[in-house]
Design a protein around this ligand. Structure first.
Ligand code: PMP
Length: 426
């Protein structure tokens, strides 16, 4: 037995499924999840002393690579000063100022502890601000485990939403309309019927929880128009795309401005952080300025602010995202070339430092139903093959891949060589 196998058995005795977040259990790919004990730069090291090139980066935060010396230094210094005060610090203002500078649509920003808290609070704020209850989301987009957002479409776009999970009241799910991502016509039709009842549209501007699907031209622009026509709040969930697809996030890359933005992952540099922010007029409805309640014991924790701020400063260096995008394109195209050489149909897509590959005969994938039609069995074999070759990809056909600044040319070459080997066996 490997150490990971032994540790997984032990973990399952005390933790549901042996993991603290479901996708880590490898249910989507089979086999035993790998247990790690150390991470440095582009690499993860498991409990059996095997090294892996990491394309998950703790699910997004580690954009600089693991154990970045600047973050370690900042954290050590803060530990000496104090771990947390539950009271205002200058660090929080520095962080908020930086976020407002990098994301111009944000006038005011509130720190929270996870992406889930960020989207949950943004939706509550949009409802409190508009006095409306209904919200629109898109099938295949994930916004954290918020009750109102764990909802799938009924049989038609305009039927009532149904809970995705037991424990979510049907009466709450009914307020969530689930439409098709990248289909602006369905949005316009829905708004023509009930636009004035809809508090918010929430969208991942690049979908990253059904693999990686960039917006088709006109989709985000159309959402902006529809929201303007109906006084609806446009929320970009940039928990994944923020500071990753460009320094200014997806809104910087595509030039469409939301009213509110949810942030997470990179903003915490690996510590538990999220944030939501946006137009002053809307944000002023949050307590203590306004009546919409939102709070957090550990919100703005100084260690978390240190890790996050150090990350945001590091990625603000000129050319950072251009270099990262080049690496991403090299990985993406290398995997595609490997598939072509083996005669395996594959579509690849990316946005900034996010990429995806789909085992499909389609040239490109823009819709949820196309994602669902991909060959998941082939993905599983590819994933397991790459793992054996020391390449750690997301253990699900429905997750985007992430690159980090620590990835070297040699790492990329290793990845592509591994892809050639594994594709040839599929
Ligand atoms: N929104 C998006 C787009 C996400 O990808 C995620 C997490 N993967 C979340 C929200 C929830 O963030 P967290 O897991 O930090 O609660």
């Amino acid at each position: 037995m490997t150490h990971s196998e032994t540790l997984f058995e032990e973990a399952q005795k005390y933790i549901p499924g042996g993991v603290n977040s479901p996708v880590r259990a490898f249910r989507g790919v089979g086999g035993t999840p790998v247990f790690f004990k150390h991470a440095e730069g582009a690499y993860l090291y498991d409990e059996d002393d095997r090294r892996y090139i990491d394309y998950i980066g703790s699910w997004g935060p580690m954009i600089l690579g693991h154990s970045d010396p600047r973050i370690k230094h900042a954290l050590h210094a803060q530990v000496d000063l104090g771990i947390g005060y539950g009271a205002p610090t200058s660090l929080e203002t520095e962080m908020a100022k930086k976020v407002c500078e990098l994301v111009p649509s944000i006038d005011l920003v509130r720190m929270v502890n996870s992406g889930t808290e960020a989207t949950m609070s943004a939706v509550r704020l949009a409802r409190g601000y508009t006095g409306r209850d209904k919200i629109v989301k898109f099938e295949g987009c994930y916004h954290g485990h918020v009750d109102s957002l764990l909802v799938k479409a009924g049989s038609g776009a305009l039927t009532l939403g149904q809970p995705n999970s037991p424990g979510i009241p049907a009466s709450l799910a009914e307020l969530t309309l689930t439409l098709n991502f990248n289909d602006i016509d369905s949005v316009r039709e829905t708004f023509a019927k009930m636009g004035d009842e809809i508090a918010a549209i929430i969208v991942e501007p690049v979908a990253g929880n059904m693999n990686c699907i960039p917006p088709v031209p006109g989709f985000l622009e159309g959402l902006r128009e529809v929201c303007d026509e109906h006084g609806t709040v446009l929320i970009f969930d940039e928990v994944m795309t923020g500071f990753r697809v460009s320094l200014g996030g997806a809104q910087g890359l595509y030039g469409v401005t939301p009213d509110l933005t949810a942030l997470g992952k990179v903003i915490g540099g690996g510590l538990p952080v999220g944030a939501f922010g946006g137009k002053r007029e809307i944000m002023e409805h949050i307590s203590p300025l306004g009546p919409v309640y939102q709070a957090g014991t550990l919100s703005g924790n100084p260690l978390a602010m240190c890790a996050g701020l150090t990350t945001l400063n590091a990625i603000s260096e000129p050319g950072f995202h251009d270099r990262l995008t080049e690496k991403t394109v090299a990985v993406r195209d290398g995997i595609k070339a490997a598939a072509d050489a083996a005669g395996i149909p594959l579509a690849v897509q990316s946005a900034g430092a996010m990429f995806g590959f789909f085992f499909t005969t389609e040239e490109s994938v823009t819709r949820f139903d196309q994602v669902m039609a991909c060959d998941v069995e082939r993905f599983k074999k590819f994933f397991q093959g790459m793992l054996k070759e020391g390449v750690y990809l997301a253990p699900s056909a429905f997750e985007a891949g992430f690159t980090t600044a620590a990835l070297s040319d040699a790492d990329i070459e290793h990845t592509i060589n591994a892809a050639h080997k594994v594709m040839a066996t599929l």
